[in-house]
Design a protein around this ligand. Structure first.
Ligand SMILES: *Cc1c(COP(=O)(O)O)cnc(C)c1O
Length: 379
C-alpha cells in the first residue's frame, strides 16, 4: 500500500519531498514552538540572509505571498490612477490584479510562441499605442513556467523609456541567465513560496529581491504597517504582509536541499526533451539560460490536446493546463488596453499548452512511462 502510494505519479509530489527530509522539518517547526517568536522570529532574518546569499541580490525581504510581493513594490513605486504598467497577458491573475487594485491600468502584451514570455515587439506596439491620458510607468515581466524572460532586451527597453522593471519570478526561483540568478536580473524581483512553486513552504509566503538597499528598507517598513524604528511609529501607509516564522523555518530546511532538487529537475527536463522532441513542441531554453523547471510545459496541436489529457488520465498520469484563457479575454480584465485587438500568440497558446508532471522526486521510469503514453496518444 505504502509502496503503491510512493510510486503513484503526482503532478507535484510534496509528500515525497517531506519523506526525503524525514524529521528535519518537524524539528524546525518544533524549534519555533519552543521559542515562541511566531512573528519576526530569528528564522525570518536568517532566511532573508540565506536568500540574499543564494540569489546574490543586495537585499532579500520576505512577505506574506507572491501577490503581496508585487503589491508592496507597486506601493513603493507609488503607482496610482492614470499610470500604465505593461504585463504579459499569458500569466496568473496576480500579475495584473495588483496593478488594477492600485487603481492604475494594466496594459496587456503578447508573448513569444516558443518561450511563452513577453514579446518585445508587442511591448513596443503597446507602448507606441498607449492612450495619451495614461502615463507609462513600468513593466512587470513574468518568467513563465520557470524560464527567465528576455531581460537583456527588457532592461534596454525599460531604460530607454524611463520605466521601472519588475521580474515576477513566482515560478522561476533558482533560474539564471549567464550565471546571474533570478533575483538580480531586473531592478526588483518578486517570488512566491506557495506550495507548488520551485521553492515552497507549507502555506503562503513570498519575497522581494533588489539591489537598491533604500528600496529594500522601504519595503521592510511597508510590509509591517509602514513602521519606522518603533513599532507604533508609522512613517508610511503600509499593510500587514509578514512571513510567519514557522514558514521561514520550513523554508530554511528546504533551501538546503534546493540545489540538489534543481539539478534533478534539470535531469528530468532533459529526459522529457530527449523522448518528446520529435513529437511535440518542447521548452528549449537559450544557451546561457537556466530554466528553473517550475512546470514542464509542452505544446501540441489544439485538436489533440483534450485526447492527450484523457489518455494520460486513463493511465494515472495527471496533467494541467496553465492557462486556458489569457487575461485580456477574462471578464474582469477584458476592458483594459492591450497591444492589439488580438494577442494571437497567447490566444493560441491557451489551446496548445499542457503541463506534464514535474517535481524532483519523479523516477526515471516514471518519466519514461509518461513519455511513452504521450507518444502513443499522439501517433
Ligand atoms: C503563483 C504566482 C503568483 C502569486 O503568488 P502567490 O504566492 O500565490 O500570491 C504571481 N505570479 C505568478 C506568475 C504566479 O505563478
Amino acid at each position: 500500500m505504502l509502496k503503491e502510494k510512493i510510486n503513484k505519479i503526482e503532478f507535484i509530489d510534496l509528500q515525497a519531498q517531506r519523506l526525503s527530509v524525514s524529521n528535519l522539518i518537524s524539528e524546525a517547526i518544533e524549534g519555533v514552538l519552543a521559542h515562541g517568536g511566531y512573528i519576526f522570529g530569528p528564522e525570518v532574518k536568517k532566511l532573508e540572509e540565506e536568500l540574499q546569499a543564494y540569489t546574490q541580490a543586495e537585499d532579500a525581504i520576505t512577505c506574506s505571498n507572491g501577490t503581496d510581493a508585487l503589491r508592496l513594490l507597486l506601493l513603493a513605486y507609488n503607482i496610482g490612477p492614470g499610470d500604465a504598467v505593461f504585463v504579459p497577458t499569458f500569466t496568473f491573475a496576480s500579475t495584473a490584479e495588483v496593478i488594477a487594485q492600485a487603481n492604475a491600468t494594466p496594459v496587456f502584451v503578447d508573448i513569444c510562441p516558443h518561450t511563452f514570455n513577453m514579446d518585445i515587439a508587442s511591448l513596443e506596439e503597446a507602448y507606441a499605442k498607449l492612450d495619451k491620458n495614461l502615463k507609462p510607468k513600468g513593466i512587470i515581466a513574468v518568467d513563465l513556467f520557470g524560464l527567465p524572460a528576455d531581460y537583456s532586451k527588457l532592461n534596454d527597453f525599460a531604460e530607454s523609456h524611463q520605466l521601472w522593471l519588475i521580474a515576477d519570478a513566482a515560478q522561476s526561483f533558482g533560474g539564471s541567465i549567464n550565471g546571474k540568478r533570478v533575483g538580480t536580473l531586473a531592478a526588483s524581483t518578486t517570488t512566491s513560496f506557495f506550495p507548488s512553486k520551485p521553492l515552497a513552504c507549507y502555506g503562503d509566503g513570498g519575497a522581494i529581491f533588489t539591489n537598491d538597499k533604500e528600496l529594500g528598507e522601504l519595503i521592510r517598513s511597508l510590509r509591517n504597517h509602514g513602521c519606522g524604528k518603533h513599532r507604533y511609529d508609522h512613517i508610511h501607509i503600509g499593510l500587514n504582509s509578514r512571513l510567519d516564522t514557522i514558514q521561514a523555518a520550513i523554508l530554511l530546511e528546504k533551501l538546503k536541499i534546493f540545489p540538489a532538487e534543481l539539478k534533478r529537475r534539470q535531469e528530468i527536463a532533459n529526459r522529457y526533451a530527449n523522448a518528446l522532441k520529435e513529437v511535440v513542441q518542447i521548452p528549449i531554453p537559450a544557451k546561457d539560460v537556466h530554466h528553473a523547471w517550475g512546470l514542464y510545459t509542452i505544446a501540441c496541436h489544439p485538436q489533440q490536446r483534450e485526447d492527450l489529457i484523457n489518455t494520460l488520465q486513463a493511465k494515472g498520469i495527471p496533467s494541467n493546463v496553465y492557462y486556458r484563457k489569457p487575461l485580456h479575454l477574462q471578464p474582469a480584465y477584458q476592458h483594459f488596453p492591450r497591444a492589439g485587438a488580438q494577442l494571437k500568440n497567447a490566444e493560441l497558446a491557451c489551446y496548445k499548452v499542457l503541463s506534464l508532471p514535474m517535481h524532483p522526486y519523479l523516477l526515471d521510469d516514471q518519466v519514461d512511462f509518461i513519455c511513452e503514453q504521450v507518444i502513443n496518444a499522439l501517433s
